[in-house]
Design a protein around this ligand. Sequence first.
Ligand code: F6R
Length: 246
Amino acid sequence: PVKIYSSSKDGSKYVAGEIAALIREKQQKGEKCVLGLATGSTPISMYAELVRMHREEGLSFANVISFNLDEYYPIEKDAFQSYWSFMHRHLFDHVDIDPKNIHIPSGQWPKDEIKKYCAEYDQMIEEVGGIDLQILGIGKNGHIGFNEPGSSIHSKTRLVNLDNTTRMANAYEFQNISKVPRLAVTMGISVIMKARRILLMGWGMKGKIIALSVEADVTEQVPASILQQHDNCTFVIDEAASSELT
Ligand code: F6R
């Protein structure tokens, strides 16, 4: 299903509210809450809303275990552009999550052992009982995480090549396109599909790819279209991003 909000701010508040409600529900049962988290421009105001709820409404992240979708490769964890830095800047530095419950693929895993580290990442997700709620953004080419067009529905966490369109779209974070890494580590499609619930956010100029993802046939050429096969996935979009829906 698709939920359309008049602004990305309202859509972000809805998603933050859903995350907070799940955290609190799990807290009351004395359970951990396992979140799958995304980076990029899309979730920034959603994270700001979570930080506000922590400060003003006592929302605690003490029972949260998080797994991020992806990271550039190679990149130093402390680089401004790393997704490790992004997550600390926008969320983790401002809430009471236990640092040992934070998981982000590393841009510094040794290349000859990367398969082992990726398999361990998927195994850690399994060991905590799977992802309760996965947050996604969407690339203009339909990528989710950094699963670019052509990624298999069976894919696991792995090292991938970034499409040039993705590198161009993300060049604003770097001094110039040549500085954007060519590789990334991403959670696989099959790992994302195992999450019990998925909320994908899309704002602004993403109308075309959102229409293709929700209304056209399922194809590995549009990775987000695979989400049609998930039984609890909602696209949360703003009016601009709804422009191409029929
Ligand atoms: C980032 C991620 C990517 C982004 C996508 C959209 O963790 O998973 O799939 O969600 O590239 O990026 P923005 O939000 O910058 O338009």
